[in-house]
Design a protein around this ligand. Structure first.
Ligand code: PLP
Length: 393
């Protein structure tokens, strides 16, 4: 008799992660594919981890995180996100990834529908598959600054819809949702009794406009807010983020995180505490560098008449691969593979983020100015040549 079929045996990996693995650690490649700051983690954060390793026991700890870290996160949420959770509503997680995964596992029963932006960060596909939830994409409109199309979103809500996933500042476009849009989204979720899962991993990277946390406009406590140290403090590999739970969900979310990881390493939590409570000038100077890089990329694209949208937040930029409108005459994933093989440039193909970005390549502005300059020009030259290669005779 054949062995019984595992649920995820045939789950495909998002192509962005497959391409990323292909070029990981290669210094013969111009890396524009991942949101990976090229700055080292600031020295005082590293030192806090070293101090912890030298001076305190690295044992099991509370599954929601050390109380001093949860206090530091609660204070940070009050400062940046502008609402005031108690430390009991905070759960430390392995990055924003761990927070999002725990929230989906806690909220969703198999078959529940989760509304996910199109385009959206490539990590959500796998999480929804693991949670057994169904991904329903709602459109972000390129011609409206990659903002959600509220009417289209409302039309996708069914009796099975459980969660509305929001991400502002957004990946991959870098859009920041204005207050009235966030208010309309909270109102829609309230009308349909949905949970909001608000991915705010880029909340400290806002170049224009203001960051509005949905939780500030939510009297009914239906918003779960996700944050991370990864992007603001160049701590991607440390794996520390958090959930801010509505009071009614704090217990369930804590059980979900505990079941997956038990607790974060103590030295990592001490590093996060140092990041959140220590001097913030390091974060401010990295932010200033990202803004300069965004402006450089915008100038380079404008000079070639290829600028379609100026990101207001996060550190990504979408570049249309063709000057023609309509579908690309080639597969954008194969294009990304050819760009690596023939020009040594790695980008994230827009199709990895959803059909809504299939005509685009996403570049990361967390790369050095030299890499951006050579990468953007090389990408545009190659896209032109590749299109001619695939033109119908
Ligand atoms: N959410 C979004 C929108 C992201 O772009 C990323 C990482 O790129 C994450 C979450 C995960 O971040 P972390 O490193 O904190 O797990």
């Amino acid at each position: 008799m054949d062995i019984k079929t595992p649920r995820l045996a045939h789950q495909a990996q998002n192509p962005m992660f497959r391409l990323g693995a292909l070029v990981h650690g290669r210094d013969d490649i111009l890396h524009l594919e991942f949101g990976e700051p090229d700055f080292p983690t600031p020295a005082h954060i590293v030192e806090a981890a070293m101090r912890s390793l030298r001076s305190e026991k690295q044992g099991y700890g509370p599954s929601n995180g050390l109380s001093s870290l949860r206090e530091a996160i609660a204070a940070r949420v009050a400062r940046v996100n502008r609402f005031t959770p108690s430390a009991d509503q905070i759960i430390a997680t392995p990055g924003g990834t761990g927070a999002l995964m725990a929230a989906l596992l806690c909220l969703c029963s198999p078959g529940d529908e989760v509304l996910v932006p199109d385009p959206a960060w490539a990590g959500y596909d796998g999480m929804l598959a693991v949670a057994g939830a169904r991904m329903v994409r709602y459109p972000l409109r390129a011609d409206a600054g990659w903002q959600p199309d509220l009417a289209a979103l409302a039309s996708l809500i069914t009796l099975h819809t459980k969660v509305l996933l929001l991400n502002s500042p957004s990946n991959p476009a870098g859009a920041v949702y204005p207050r009235e849009t966030v208010a309309a989204l909270v109102e829609l979720a309230t009308r349909h009794a949905l949970w909001i899962l608000s991915d705010e991993c880029y909340d400290q990277l806002v170049y224009s406009g203001e960051h509005v946390s949905p939780a500030t406009l939510d009297p009914n406590q239906r918003v779960i807010t996700v944050g991370t140290c990864s992007k603001t403090y160049a701590m991607t590999g440390w794996r520390v983020g958090w959930l801010v739970a509505p009071p009614a969900l704090a217990g369930g979310l804590n059980v979900t995180v505990a079941a997956q990881v038990n607790n974060l390493p103590t030295f990592v939590q001490r590093a996060a505490e140092a990041a959140l409570t220590g001097p913030q000038d390091c974060a401010q100077s990295m932010f200033a560098a990202y803004r300069e890089r965004r402006d450089l990329a915008v100038d380079l694209l404008r000079a070639r008449s290829r600028l379609s949208y100026i990101p207001e937040g996060a550190f990504y930029l979408l570049i249309a691969l063709s000057e023609q409108t309509g579908d690309l005459p080639y597969d954008s994933i194969q294009f990304a593979e050819a760009l690596i093989a023939e020009r040594g440039i790695a980008i994230a193909p827009g199709a990895a983020f959803g059909a809504g970005a299939a005509r685009y390549a996403r570049i990361s502005l967390a790369s050095s100015p030299e890499t951006l300059r050579a990468g953007i020009n090389g990408l545009l030259d190659f896209a032109q040549e590749y299109e001619q290669r695939h033109a119908k005779p």
